[in-house]
Write a protein that binds this ligand. Structure first.
Ligand SMILES: [Fe+2]
Length: 356
């Protein structure tokens, strides 16, 4: 499911008025990213990584002030995030989610309004820090970064399950989301939920200074409903020069649909992305309902989801007993990031899959 934008109603932006802030600081020069060396390995083994206090709080508050003040001053630059519905006849239409406004820093007027974030967007800062951690032998080259800042206006606003990109469409490799919510409380909701299958689901709260990174093409994720007046973040997508190594050289279909070879086949990234639509079919449907206003288009999105799931179930039917056994044997129940020491544990060899 790909995500695009259109104008956001001005009254939503006005909801942040109570939080109007005075910018008291400006950042200059490169940002001082604080990413531990373990981040690269964690991304490669788990598909996602979390870093707390990834930037000095002064820079975070500058970005937050700039974002809030821009939302109040110029709502015309704030666009609504939408889901693309591809209809049966091949035509497509945009279905706006409720309560999600975005500033696209590639827009010159937006960049003018958000100069500190624009400077970061143009800097390539995060690429320089992440390159030696994620690809220490330069196996792939991180090349460009694009940035969007986002405001979630609460009242249950959220995102459905999705991948950020399809590897056949663009070269986005890493998504990095920086959260700017100084007074975040757990009851506010709005956690990002990652589904690093075959690992367990993890909910990560959007706290100030927390950076969440994941594989853009292969890590399924969503945003849970938020009740905070405003949930603020900016997202950086990092693109490589070369396309993803997947789906090159996919494994050939095994003769035995029930053995190790079959598991390896299912865990190949392109196949894994398909079967996740089955594994999480009901949760996926609920997330579509939660994210979009009720109505005809919303019903069409649900129809499309179940139609896709049916096609995938037919295509992978011979592997369903193997998949069912895995689901029955291990718990995929969501847990909250940081609540268990197991979070940093190594991945079981049988759960190792390719992420980059
Ligand atoms: Fe996303």
């Amino acid at each position: 499911m790909l995500l695009r934008s259109r104008a956001v109603p001005a009254q939503l932006a006005l909801r942040v008025l109570a939080h109007r802030l005075l910018s008291t600081s400006t950042s200059s020069g490169s940002l001082q990213w604080n990413l531990p060396p373990t981040v690269g390995r964690r991304l490669r083994t788990h598909g996602y990584a979390v870093v707390d206090d990834a930037l000095p709080s002064q820079d975070l508050l500058t970005f937050r002030d700039e974002l809030v003040n821009a939302a109040i001053d110029n709502t015309a630059l704030l666009t609504a995030n939408s889901t693309i519905l591809v209809k049966k006849d091949g035509s497509s239409t945009l279905i706006p989610k409720h309560g999600i406004g975005e500033f696209d820093l590639s827009n010159a007027a937006v960049a003018h309004k958000l100069p500190q974030l624009a400077r970061f967007s143009d800097s390539g800062d995060l690429i320089r820090v992440l390159q030696p951690l994620l690809f220490p032998d330069n196996e792939r080259r991180l090349a460009r970064q694009t940035v969007k800042a986002q405001i979630n206006f609460g009242r249950g606003a959220c995102f459905p399950l999705h991948f950020d990109t399809d590897a056949s469409i663009d070269h986005r490799a890493v998504t990095a989301i920086m959260y700017l919510n100084e007074d975040y409380q757990s009851p506010d909701g709005g956690s990002i939920r990652v589904y690093p299958f075959p690992g367990a689901v993890v909910d990560i709260e959007p706290r100030l200074g927390r950076l969440v990174l994941f594989s853009s093409a292969w890590c399924l994720h969503r945003v849970l409903p938020s009740t905070a007046n405003s949930r603020l973040c900016f997202t950086t997508w990092i693109t490589t020069d070369e396309p993803s190594p997947y789906p090159k050289d996919p494994p050939s279909e095994p003769t035995d649909p029930d053995g190790d070879e079959a598991w390896e086949y299912l865990m190949y990234p392109t196949h894994r992305n398909h079967i996740l639509k089955l594994v999480y079919a009901d949760e996926w449907a609920r997330s579509i309902v939660e994210s979009h206003p009720a109505g005809h288009l919303h019903d069409l999105l649900l129809e499309q989801h179940f139609r896709d799931a049916e096609i995938i179930a037919r295509a992978y039917g011979r592997y369903l007993p193997l998949l069912d056994r895995y689901l029955a044997s291990g718990s995929l129940a969501p847990r909250v990031y940081g609540s268990e020491p197991r979070d940093e544990a190594d991945v079981d060899p049988e759960r190792k899959v390719a992420w980059f």
